[in-house]
Design a binder for this molecule. Sequence first.
Ligand code: IPE
Ligand code: IPE
Ligand code: MG
Length: 264
Amino acid sequence: MNTIVANKFINSNQTLTHIAVVMDGNGRWAERRGYVRNQGHKIGVSSLKQLVKNCINERIQYLTVFAFSSENWTRTESEIVFLMTLFERTIRAELQGLAKQGIRLKFVGNNDSLPDSLVGAMREAEQTTESNNLLGLNICFNYGGKWDIVQGIKKLLENNPDVIKDYTKLTEQSFSQYLALADIPEPDLFIRTGGEQRLSNFLLWNLAYTELYFTDILWPDFDKGDLREAIDFYVGRKRKFGGTVDFRVGASEDENNDQLSNIL
Ligand code: IPE
Ligand code: IPE
Ligand code: MG
C-alpha cells in the first residue's frame, strides 16, 4: 500500500501538509476564446486532474478544492445542470484511476438539494477509496463556510443534547470536531486562481491561520509551474500564529533555533 512521506523541501517543523484551492476563472477562460462558459468548466476538470498528480509528486497529504459553492445556485439553470452532470460523469469516469493512485475521496457540502444519482456516485466513490492514504482529496460541492458552521452546531446539539445546560464548557476544540473537515489538519496554504482576492464563503473557520496566495492565472491554465510558484510563496512565509518569534517556513531547524537563541 502507498504510504505518506512528508514533503522533503520544507523542514520538519513546517511541512506543507494541506492545500486548499478556489478553482476560479473557468468562465472567463472560455469567454476569452469565444467559447461558451461550460467549455471552461470542462477544461477545468483536466486542470484538477493535473493538480492532483502534482500534489502527489510534491508529497502533499490533503488537497481540498472548491467545486460548487452554496451561492453558485444563482447561475443560469443551464450552467447549473451542466455542472451537476459534469461532476457526476467525472466522478464515475475517474473513480477507478483515482482509487489506483491511492487517493481517498471525501465530498463535503449540503447534499439535500443535489440529484440522488450524484449523491449516490459520491457515496460510492468515498466507500471505494476509504482505505487509501496517499492523498486525501476533499471536494467541496454545494459547500459554504457559513453552512459548515451551522451544520456543525446542529450536529453538536444532536450528539450532545445536554450541551445547552452545560454550554459554558464548550470550547473551540470541542465544537470544531463537528465541522465537515474535522480530523484533517487546517490548510497550510490557500490558493485562489482567477484574480479575485476573496474567500467567497470557502472554509471560513479552517482558514483562520492559512497562508493566502492569489494568482491572476485562470483555473484551466493552472499548471505544475503555477503550483510550484504557490509553494515557493509558502516556503518564503513567516508563520507566527500570533506569537512574536518568526519561524520562516523554508528555513532549516538550526537557522530557526539560532534565531531563537539570539533572542533568548
Ligand atoms: C469557477 O469558475 C468554477 C465554478 C464556480 C463552478 P467560474 O465559473 O466562476 O469562472 P469565472 O469566474 O466566471 O471566470
Ligand atoms: C467561488 O468562485 C466558487 C468556486 C470556485 C466553486 P465564484 O466565481 O463563485 O466566486 P465569486 O462569485 O467571484 O465570489
Ligand atoms: Mg468565478
